[in-house]
Design a protein around this ligand. Sequence first.
Ligand code: PLP
Length: 421
Amino acid sequence: EDARARLAAAHPQSLARHRAAAAALPGGNTRAVLYYDPFPLTFTGGAGCRVTTLDGVEMVDLVSEYSAGLYGHSDPVIAAALKTAVDGGIALGAPNIVEARYAAALVDRFPGFERVRFCNSGTEANIMALSTARAVTGRGTIIAMAEGYHGGVLTFAHGGSELNLPFPFAFATYNDIAATRALIRERADDLAAVILEPMMGGGGCIPADREFLAMIREETRAAGALMILDEVMTSRLDYRGLHGAHGIAPDLLTMGKYLGGGASFGVFGGRAEIIDRFDPSRPGAFSHGGTFNNNVLSMSAGYAGFMNVLTEPAVAAMNDTGERLREGIAAALDRHGLAACVTGRGSLMNIHFVPGPITTPAPLDAADPRHLSLLHAELLLAGFHIAPRGMIALSLPFGDGDAAEFLAALDTILADHARHL
Ligand code: PLP
């Protein structure tokens, strides 16, 4: 409470903006995930891995737009690509050159993409993948992971949302090989697909065991169902995507986030035999619309970053920085004797106020939400922006020096509050 009050006192202009915005925007913003009590801070700008609040306070950004801000806030290659696109004319309403180049580059880099289709968000990519799976199999049921997140209308945390799409879902326990195998076999007759992330992102940065992924690959094939991997968040964890690192070949694969270079973006794809059914020159082709699917801003920013900035060494360096940061956080939690842990892989991680190791989401419910709330507020006061749920996503400009500053601040906060945590 005290930390929240100090935060409000330090950000009067954010508070005023929040109150004024609420007249037209319920809750003062358009994204549920960005809200926290008593009001979320407003950011007015950013450079590198730093952002500036409306009250002029600079912060190190460890949210990185929930992983979509991989390039940081001022990458010159992205800026130049956007300028070139704007100068060349936008909203062209025809196939363009960049979309074809980008499609070829994605197919070249990610083994799970033999063919791709662009869309506007990760949510849309997953809706398209699920609908495609139902259409090609002629079946209805979808198995998803309890506590998984695949988009605004595909959210399965805490029992799901009333706004979820009415697909007939059944839920499996992440990383539970025996129970999930049994569920797939039980539903085999009507099973269209199993959808999961190779690391649960929103579900708490819980990596899948390779054996769990391999079992799903094998069982879906045996059941005549499709395996859909959602790599909207995780594709950054390896140059070839996390499915590439694990050597798992899904039937359908979705990505998004950073691949738009900071602009809105989604892509779904997979085996040629399936995605070729979207070829509109074929009789009976699946129809796929979307005014902005190939918009030149997303295509240009995404392609430029992907080809010129996100090189193999850059991906490795970003994820290595993340591994070191996660080790540093784990050491700090240990040093202060807290019943807490940090999960994740590479540049994506999550602090949890429950003892580790965590391999499935259910034990996370035991955490006292006041602990994360306190840590989040104290970190904001110290100039570090992490997600209210304890998640951290790094950007390319974030270096070991930034990590050292963060770990020093974390250590001080944990020392000050150890008796409350
Ligand atoms: N899938 C996963 C795994 C995600 O983390 C997200 C976004 O957080 C989505 C899908 C939805 O993507 P978007 O927000 O672009 O609709």
